[in-house]
Design a binder for this molecule. Structure first.
Ligand SMILES: [Cu+2]
Length: 154
């Protein structure tokens, strides 16, 4: 009898945990909007590949520009390497949906832009480390869906 009771209680706990996870997921979904389908990141252009290489190669403090494309729910590129002291411009564009580019470690963010729009900012990479950038659209929904990237300052 004790064993049966224990199994019943265990099942109830599992069901409660699963339903609370479902409620959490539902709460994170944008309300009243149709959910946009995820897309696959675009391939990097030759220009973007050259920009990444310029950021990684040994150099004096440099002025670097990175063109970062976005979509549902990605950035391309999503990993950018620079050296401490570089002046970095993020030239941000969007292929679909609504997105922005937030880099809180340096107090920078773009506007939320629609497909076909661009926005940019410039900052000095004055601290070494690994810093996340992310999309803040949907009250964190895009970030949760993996629209994040890293800036490495070496
Ligand atoms: Cu987004």
């Amino acid at each position: 009898m004790g064993k049966v009771f224990f199994v019943l209680v265990f099942c109830l706990v599992v069901v409660a945990a699963l339903s609370s996870a479902a409620v959490t997921y539902a709460a994170a979904m944008p309300k009243g909007k149709k959910v946009m389908m995820a897309t696959v990141p675009v391939d990097l252009t030759a220009m973007q590949a050259a920009e990444l290489k310029a950021g990684e190669s040994a150099h004096q403090p440099a002025k670097l520009t990175f063109h970062v494309a976005s979509g549902m729910f990605w950035y391309a590129p999503n990993e950018i390497k620079v050296k401490k002291g570089d002046t970095v411009t993020i030239d941000f564009s969007n292929t679909g949906g609504m997105h922005d580019f937030n880099l809180p470690a340096f107090g920078k963010k773009t506007k939320v832009i629609k497909a076909g729009e661009t926005d940019s900012f410039t900052f000095k990479a004055d601290q070494k480390g690994t810093f996340e950038f992310y999309c803040s659209v949907g009250k964190g929904y895009h970030r949760m869906k993996g629209q994040i990237g890293v800036l490495l300052v070496e």
